[in-house]
Design a binder for this molecule. Structure first.
Ligand code: F6P
Length: 323
């Protein structure tokens, strides 16, 4: 392996810069030339590719977003788009590609590497934490901290006014951010896609809290939950529990920004180095992850298809603590 391309793709996540930095510096450490592909797969299609050097990645470790820019490339979903990408892959004489992103980006990486027999390695970068083959994805810890910090602030005003708040968090079809920010923020309940909650069960929980003179009530709603969005859940609850003064906050994209936590920086640094070392040792069509604090390589197809389940333990803990 003499020349590697690196790109970030899909929704950005805090720590992506740290991962790019680690890939670039590990390449240079091992005498491999490294090229930044700008704006995700679109950059490969449009030859938006530049060589990166050790100082190209100075002062980005602490920055959110991705200096390589990112996109959800529609063109890469087409065979013609991927052919153009492969042309540029060859033109720049690349031997392998490192893709930092989530499941959509890895689906593209998997198809590309199979179609053209190109060595590809994925680094999990998404706030959603919805990839198997790693305990945590890069950006998840920062997003949880951001959401939990917001919940702390909402709790202040919720208790002053004795209001019930519904806080909607991101996570696409997964409830990892919801569960972690809810437990960390002491929410009275969390509604997530993985758990079959009903409006009736939620109302029961809130009634019990009210009967126990609960001082503040924050319910965390995962954006992908079956009961609807936070406004719809709030409306349904309001119909039954008219005595609550209810407000809704949707945290939205602020969860995607900000300086990465130490956990995310360290994870990104370890996975970035392991991606380059994996390629050197012949790994391909795999995602590099961290399981029980050890580097693990999982076939990309498996990482995106295997459902990563939320543990029942979290629900048990939340229930015990929300009384
Ligand atoms: O995958 C990351 C994520 O932030 C999800 O949590 C969310 O559903 C989605 O991306 C939002 O996508 P966009 O930035 O395209 O609106």
């Amino acid at each position: 392996i003499k020349r590697i391309g690196v790109l970030t793709s899909g929704g950005d996540a805090p720590g992506m810069n740290a991962a790019v930095r680690a890939v670039v510096r590990a390449c240079i450490y091992y005498d491999i030339e490294v090229f930044g592909v700008y704006k995700g797969y679109d950059g490969l299609i449009n030859a938006n590719i530049k060589q990166l050097y050790v100082r190209s990645v100075s002062n980005i470790l602490s920055r959110g977003g991705t200096f390589l820019l990112t996109a959800r490339s529609e063109e890469f979903r087409t065979k013609e788009g991927r052919e153009k990408a492969y042309e540029n892959f060859k033109k720049f004489d690349l031997d392998a590609l490192v893709v930092i992103g989530g499941d959509g980006s890895f689906t593209g990486a998997n198809i590309f590497s199979q179609e053209f027999d190109v060595p590809v390695i994925g680094i999990p970068g998404t706030i959603d934490n919805d990839l198997a083959g790693t305990d945590f994805t890069i950006g998840f810890d920062t997003a949880c901290n951001t959401a939990r910090e917001a919940i702390d602030k909402i709790r202040d005003t919720a208790s002053s006014h004795e209001r019930l708040f519904f806080v909607e968090v991101m996570g696409r079809d997964a409830g990892f951010i919801a569960v972690n920010s809810a437990i960390g923020g002491g929410a009275v309940a969390m509604v997530v896609p993985e758990h079959n909650w009903t409006i009736d069960a939620l109302i029961k929980r809130l009634r019990k809290g009210a009967a126990n003179k609960k001082a503040s009530n924050v319910v965390v709603i995962a954006e992908g939950c079956q009961l609807g969005n936070a406004y719809e859940v709030a409306d349904a609850v309001k119909k039954e529990l008219g005595y609550f003064d209810i407000r809704v906050t949707v945290l939205g994209h602020l969860q995607r920004g900000g300086s990465p936590t130490t956990m995310d920086r360290v994870l990104a640094s370890r996975l970035g180095v392991a991606a380059v070392e994996g390629l050197r040792h012949g790994e391909s069509k795999v995602m590099v992850g961290m399981i029980n604090n050890e580097i693990a390589y999982t076939p990309i197809g498996q990482a995106i298809k295997t459902e990563k389940r939320l543990g029942a333990e979290e629900f048990r803990i939340a229930k015990i603590l929300s009384i």
